[in-house]
Design a protein around this ligand. Structure first.
Ligand code: ZN
Length: 292
């Protein structure tokens, strides 16, 4: 006779395995960034895994001047790629595998300065929709603003800037989108960089949320799009321009609004659906809420 305790342990192990097999596999890419990726990657991984919906593998690319030729794409069985990378161009083997992956229906999530990367890589810029810095200008595509609808401004000028860091209010522009459905129309985001004047091809792009870039904080005086979805081939992209970090304090990424939209955006990019709930500690229109 098998002792009850053993049966219980076997049953528990099987249920954990079953739960794990239902989890969506995320490949998080890092290794170069003008931000502190060594502290943000473990944070992003912990946040994603704590939701119970994801398992996260990390692909850390070589540092500047390192041997990119040795990189293996590792995309088999992956549901969604999350980039926490802003640096040297990925090797051709990874670029082509990644484009193929998204084009055939894979998900992609771009976090903060991942939208600074790869100004010269056309498919990547189509995936992120808009980006900043690294020589971006009118040749990269229009600026986007929100004036009751998306305005595309093709005037000449650089792409990408931000004023001084501060907490700011986010405004939902697509309340029926699965990522945004049920969220408050306005919520206070923790101290962060408010990216402005991003520009890019902006094809097949939906603006989910904007924030007013106040001239008092050296902003543009416009409602700047900060959360996006983009369709690329059969694939889905969730792009959050939020999430600046210079060090391990991670203030912007501990915001419950950042966390919730990241989780729901990652699930949507992977599956086209959102099952993850809106937490009860979601920020109000005037009050930042953060998690340690
Ligand atoms: Zn930043």
């Amino acid at each position: 006779m098998i002792p009850k305790m053993v049966l219980l342990v076997v049953a528990m192990t099987l249920s954990i395995l079953a739960a794990d097999s239902n989890r969506l596999r995320v490949l998080l890419i890092d290794g170069q960034n003008n931000h502190d990726w060594r502290s943000s990657t473990p944070h992003l991984k912990a946040v994603l895994e704590a939701s119970g919906r994801f398992t996260v593998e990390v692909l850390t690319l070589p540092g500047k001047g390192g041997d990119m030729a040795a990189v293996k794409p590792q995309l088999d069985g992956v549901a969604v790629v999350l980039s926490n990378y802003n640096g040297e161009l990925w090797p051709e083997v990874l670029r082509s595998a990644f484009v193929d992956f998204v084009r055939k229906g894979g998900g992609f999530v771009s976090v903060h300065a991942a939208n600074n990367a790869f100004a010269q890589w056309p498919e990547y810029n189509e995936m992120i929709g808009v980006g900043g810095w690294e020589g971006r200008n009118e040749k990269s595509g229009p600026w986007l603003y929100w004036e009751g609808k998306i305005v595309r401004d093709a005037s000449p000028g650089p792409g990408g800037s931000h004023g001084s860091q501060h907490a700011f209010q986010m405004t939902t522009r697509e309340p029926k989108h699965p990522i945004m459905e049920g969220l408050p129309l306005e919520w206070m985001h923790a101290k962060d960089e408010l990216y402005d004047r991003l520009r890019g091809p902006a094809k097949n792009l939906t603006v989910l949320a904007t924030a007013f870039s106040d001239p008092k904080t050296r902003g543009t005086g416009k409602h700047e799009p900060l959360l996006f979805t983009i369709a690329f081939g059969q694939g889905r992209v969730f792009h959050t321009a939020l999430g600046h970090n210079n060090g391990p304090d991670l203030t912007s990424q501990k915001c419950v609004g950042f966390i919730t939209t990241l989780l729901r955006g990652t699930e949507w990019a992977a599956t086209g659906r959102v099952t993850l709930p809106i937490p009860t500690d979601f920020p109000s229109a005037t009050e930042v809420r953060s998690r340690e």
